[in-house]
Design a binder for this molecule. Structure first.
Ligand code: TYM
Length: 350
């Protein structure tokens, strides 16, 4: 049975990369799966301790989830700090994981910069908390953008090492199941999480530079489309988006070595729920002067209802607060069940 889990940090404005790489997939996965979507506020303080209006940021991510079409009655929407078991399991994982594993994370290296000795210990242990987020619900499927792939591989390593280190205790507790990892049979308590990174826009690139990821921290606002941008801003940013002088190719092969063209076609495909091949079948041979206005129309059609609904939800936050509160309560019950089992496996007295 699939248990879908994912999280988004309440830091800065959401952009098209967050929407296409993550939130739009969260919405699609609701049908037929049990889903838990989390605003990861504990992660938000790893890189920067003090945030202006953190509560407002948390609410606005939750509002984006709801406005995009996530149903908080059928699924669970909550903020991480409301469920202390995440941090508790992360502590156990800090003892399972090795410092070397954390030091190898490219996101840690990027965020810590040159002065690594001065980065917070939380930033180093970030992937351990991320593994705990998923595994406290014994999550199996995790929709994310391409930049989270390495963190999810680490989550698998942590789960595997826990399973192997506690193999005997898992057996005597009767809490495990037999799974096969690669060729190896393991009696596992934690499942091996599967990243869901597929789709035409797993890595949305900057509109100013097709070799850089679209990101919250890019100093140029023209580099990204924010979820709260109005029609004029979206139109301006797409019209000004960097392109090369050629028209669109008729097959995806022709996008090789053309990162800006590839990016815009990927964005169109993701917004239209099509493949890049289908988009090129429609626009192959056309100039960007034709393609860009079509992309503006599509982006505005998809995004403006979401933006409008987010604004409405943020006017009176009592509705969002009630959703988060109820989601937190439901999540806590499930998290405590797993945590009790982990305590038994480890051998803590309770
Ligand atoms: P965060 O908050 O940086 O980003 C949220 C989601 O947006 C995706 N994303 C992108 N996708 C495509 N193109 C882009 N340019 C782009 N930029 C961001 C991210 O991949 C992510 O899916 N560590 C996570 C949050 C997290 C988490 C978890 C995710 C904490 N615990 C457990 C999954 C499961 C993060 O910082 O995402």
């Amino acid at each position: 049975n699939k248990l879908v889990f994912s999280g988004v940090q309440p830091t800065g404005n959401l952009h098209l990369g967050n929407y296409l790489g993550a939130i739009r997939k969260f919405v699609a996965l609701q049908e037929g799966n049990d889903c838990i979507y989390c605003v990861v506020d504990l992660h938000a303080i790893t890189a920067q301790l003090v945030h202006e209006d953190l509560r407002g940021q948390i609410r606005s991510i939750a509002a984006a989830f709801i406005a995009s079409g996530i149903d908080p009655e059928k699924h669970i929407v909550f903020n991480q700090s409301a469920v202390p078991q995440h941090a508790e399991l992360a502590w156990v994982f800090n003892c399972v994981a090795r410092i070397g594993w954390m030091n190898r994370m490219t996101q840690f290296k990027d965020k810590a910069g040159k002065d690594r000795e001065n980065a917070s210990l939380g930033l180093l242990a970030y992937p351990s908390l991320m593994a705990a987020d998923i595994l406290i619900y014994r999550g199996t499927h995790v929709p994310v953008g391409d930049d989270q792939k390495q963190h999810l591989e680490l989550a698998r390593d942590i789960a595997m090492k826990f399973n192997l280190d506690y193999q005997d205790n898992i057996r005597t507790s009767g809490l495990g199941t037999d799974i096969v990892v690669g060729e190896e049979p393991v009696h596992a308590f934690f499942p091996m999480v599967e990243p869901l990174i597929d789709g035409p826009a797993p890595r949305v690139m900057s509109l100013r530079d097709g070799t850089k990821k679209m990101s919250k921290s890019d100093p140029s606002d023209l580099s990204r489309i924010n979820l709260m941008d109005d029609e004029d801003a979206i139109s301006k940013k797409i019209r000004k988006a960097k392109t090369d002088p050629d028209g669109l190719p008729s097959e995806t092969e022709g996008l090789k070595g053309r990162p800006e063209a590839d990016n815009l076609v990927g964005i169109y495909a993701a917004l239209a729920d099509k493949s890049k091949t289908e988009v090129l079948a429609e626009f192959g041979g056309q100039q960007f002067s034709v393609f860009k206005p079509a992309l503006v129309d599509l982006a505005v059609n998809v995004l403006s209802p979401i933006t409008g609904e987010m604004r409405r939800l943020m006017e009176d936050t009592s509705h969002i607060d009630a959703i988060l509160k109820k989601g937190g309560e439901r999540a806590r019950v499930r998290a405590e069940k797993t945590m009790n089992e982990v305590r038994d496996i480890i051998g803590f007295l309770r």
